[in-house]
Design a protein around this ligand. Structure first.
Ligand code: PMP
Length: 409
């Protein structure tokens, strides 16, 4: 399952999105925003939407019963993918909705005026704004952990900042801008020492490394399928069973109830309690197919290939005297940089002319941009289909951009 040799197979052939409309190779370096989909995932979704399609949890006919089994098998597959229990996975629209679910359900039930939430300087807006909304609603305060000089969450600083008033620590497992990998076990230890819960935003971690929530010892773990080579519109919240059990529902509707009367409604057990309405059935099935695909490729092989691309790109960029490279050397598949005198948007637009796609902007991390002292960065992010040719094309494109801007290369 984890054979390191698997990358010797041409994985690009699995991805119909990796060519331009004219049939030329497309150098897609924006996988941290969303990953391209392998045909195995596309076909699983097409089958679920076609010959297998029916609703779940309600039908008395066999197609619906089969679909219910497939939907629940997808939940088990995702639970297994992150080392959680079958009833500990709630399907959500994505990581953003998963964080909002925790804030609105667990947060409103557990935070009081004067309580504190600890975030870090590098968080994605989706791991900031829901907590600000919660803090405002319940009268809690937010503290922000600074970064180390090599742009990791400074856990020594976190240790000195944490108090008995902190109820929650919410950190990115991997930064979407810098690729910095959190020492999640230490973060859990620090949070638990003061009686706080730890939520990890795993959006950028699950596509790059094996995750086991029991080993990480976190309390909540969230991620989105579309960054894991799966479809948009679905993601997952993993939470420890005892925590989920004690959480009130946050959205009401069909499928999440036990019994409804106008006098009183009682609710279903988790995870159904948190999945009001008809779920994203076909997306869940394709999400599980994506987990299968990634497992088949294997994290060892993927890590080796992605690390060598990151190392080479960072080395070439650092050697250019007008380029600032952000983030630590052991970044998980992400390289953010800025070229003096060239706005990342201009770079991105010129690169697009040579079929190179990078992300340019604040990456939904404006407080991090403020901290780094830049309005935006250029970001190249790799996936399991990325190759040396993608790095060559990016470097050629940077040389061309320099020439257009009248800068020596
Ligand atoms: N957290 C991180 C670290 C991310 O990279 C992203 C997506 N850019 C999100 C949260 C939000 O994910 P989604 O938009 O899929 O809900």
């Amino acid at each position: 399952m984890n054979a390191p040799s698997t990358l010797t197979r041409d994985l690009r052939a699995d991805f119909p999105g990796l060519v331009t409309r004219e049939g030329a190779p497309w150098h897609y370096l924006d996988t941290a925003a969303t990953a391209q989909k392998p045909r195995q995932v596309i076909e699983a979704m097409a089958r679920a939407m076609g010959e297998d399609y029916a609703t779940v949890h309600r039908g008395v006919y066999s197609r619906s019963a089969d679909m219910t089994l497939a939907y629940e098998a997808a939940r088990r597959r995702i639970a297994q993918f992150v080392g959680g229990g079958d009833n500990e996975i709630v399907f959500t629209r994505g990581a953003t909705e998963a964080i909002n679910l925790v804030a609105n359900s667990w947060g409103r039930a557990n935070l009081k005026p004067g309580d504190r939430i600890l975030l870090s300087q590098l968080e994605h807006h989706s791991n900031i704004v829901p907590w600000q909304m919660l803090a405002e609603a319940v009268g809690a305060q937010i503290d922000v952990v600074p970064l180390t000089s090599d742009h990791r969450i400074d856990l020594d600083a976190a240790e000195s900042m944490l108090t008995e008033r902190h109820r929650l620590v919410a950190f990115a497992h991997v930064s979407n801008v810098l690729g910095s990998v959190l020492d999640a076990r230490r973060a859990a230890e620090l949070a638990h020492k003061v009686g706080a819960k730890l939520l990890l935003d795993g959006c950028q971690a699950v596509p790059h490394m094996p995750v086991n929530v029991a080993v990480l010892d976190c309390d909540f773990y969230v991620f989105s399928a579309h960054k894991l080579y799966g479809p948009t519109g679905i993601g997952a919240l993993w939470a420890r069973a005892d925590i989920l059990e004690a959480m009130p529902p946050w959205e009401g509707g069909g499928s999440m109830i036990d019994r409804v009367t106008f006098e009183k409604t009682t609710y279903d057990a988790p995870p159904q309690r948190f999945e009001a309405g008809t779920p994203a059935i076909t997306e869940a099935i394709a999400f599980a197919a994506a987990a299968d695909y990634v497992a088949e490729v294997g994290f060892n092989a993927m890590h080796e290939a992605e690390t060598s691309l990151v190392t080479r790109l960072r080395r070439e960029l650092v050697a250019m005297n007008d380029v600032t490279v952000f983030g630590p050397e052991d970044s998980a598949g992400i390289v953010s940089f800025a070229i003096d005198g060239i706005h990342p948007h201009d770079l991105g637009t010129i690169l697009d002319e040579s079929n190179v796609a990078i992300r340019a902007g604040h990456h939904c991390a404006q407080p991090l941009m403020d901290y780094l002292g830049v309005p935006a960065t250029a970001r190249a992010s790799f996936g399991l289909y990325s190759t040396e040719a993608d790095v060559d094309a990016l470097l050629d494109g940077i040389t061309r951009t320099r020439r257009i801007f009248g800068k020596a290369s």
